[in-house]
Design a protein around this ligand. Structure first.
Ligand SMILES: Nc1ncnc2c1ncn2[C@@H]1O[C@H](COP(=O)(O)OP(=O)(O)O)[C@@H](O)[C@H]1O
Ligand SMILES: [Mg+2]
Length: 260
């Protein structure tokens, strides 16, 4: 990973995003330190996924400033975001359904290769060596997330929980400084959630930084070092899980919308 000497991975300030008459994000600030699991929580429609879309370049914010590892960072094209060191998963799983699990992870890894399109077309020696290395690394990652036995299965044939793991493997394949997980536990049963928690813990122990959108309060409380709570696009609280949990505004926001 690049820039392992700096302690701040992502720092954003003053992020706003409007869709027509809807202020989806309003002056969001966030500082994520290296090695943290940082939680982003809030009621449905609070702007959490929009925030992910902004930091990964899918949406252009109206205002905002970004720094990645203390350097100015402009989220733009998806492959550039991956090269800059941010990878993500999607709330609505986005895999290549007809490709195998292994191929899905290999696609993630390709953003980090050097021989490029010409090398791929000419099938240069360098390209072939890279391809073999990518395949090897993809197998390791499938093993890491616990789905090695499905390497040659089409992605669409995997269970929901395993598809979420596959998305995490694909994100890890870009060797990210920051991995952003959008509701990774959604649709998982209790056993799968325990395994997911172990996986996220392991990813952190292995030196990565994680930004986590999650509804499951137990998961958030158990995993996160810090949490930001969004409500109608506005950050209403920031702190440790314990601090946030007893914050009056947070309690009101969740009760006011009926929670989840
Ligand atoms: N592309 C878009 N166009 C218009 N409205 C959007 C778009 N994306 C999100 N929104 C709206 O922005 C608000 C925040 O959505 P979202 O970020 O998905 O919330 P969350 O992930 O916290 O549930 C919602 O009201 C949603 O309908
Ligand atoms: Mg969402």
């Amino acid at each position: 990973m690049a820039d392992s000497t700096t302690s701040t991975v992502l720092k954003v300030s003053g992020i706003s995003k409007r869709f027509g008459g809807l202020q989806a994000l309003s002056d969001v600030n966030m500082t994520i330190s290296r090695g943290q699991v940082y939680g982003l929580i809030g009621p449905n429609g609070a702007g959490k996924t929009t925030f992910f879309n902004v930091i990964t370049g899918l949406y252009t914010p109206d205002t905002g400033h970004f720094e990645l590892a203390d350097k100015p960072y402009q989220p733009s094209a998806v492959h550039k975001v991956a090269r800059a060191g941010i990878a993500r998963t999607f709330q609505n799983i986005r895999l290549f359904a007809e490709m195998t699990a292994l191929e899905n992870v290999m696609v993630g890894r390709h953003v980090r290769t050097h021989s490029g399109l010409i090398g791929a077309v000419l099938r240069t020696r360098r390209f072939k060596a890279e391809e073999a290395a990518i395949r090897e690394r993809a197998r390791e990652l499938l093993n890491y997330v616990g789905i090695a036995k499905y390497a040659d299965f089409k992605a669409r044939t995997l269970s929901y929980g395993d598809q979420r793991r596959l998305e995490i493997a694909r994100a890890l394949a870009t060797d990210p400084q920051l991995i952003a997980l959008d509701e990774p536990a959604a649709g998982m049963n209790a056993t799968e959630k325990v395994q997911l928690r172990e996986l996220i813990d392991r990813i952190r122990r292995d030196g990565r930084t994680i930004l986590l959108i999650e509804h499951d309060v137990k998961l958030v409380m158990g995993l996160c070092d810090r949490v930001t709570v969004l409500d109608y696009g506005k950050p209403i609280a920031e702190g440790t899980p314990a601090e946030v949990q007893r914050n009056e505004k947070v309690i009101a926001a969740y009760l006011g919308t009926g929670g989840h």
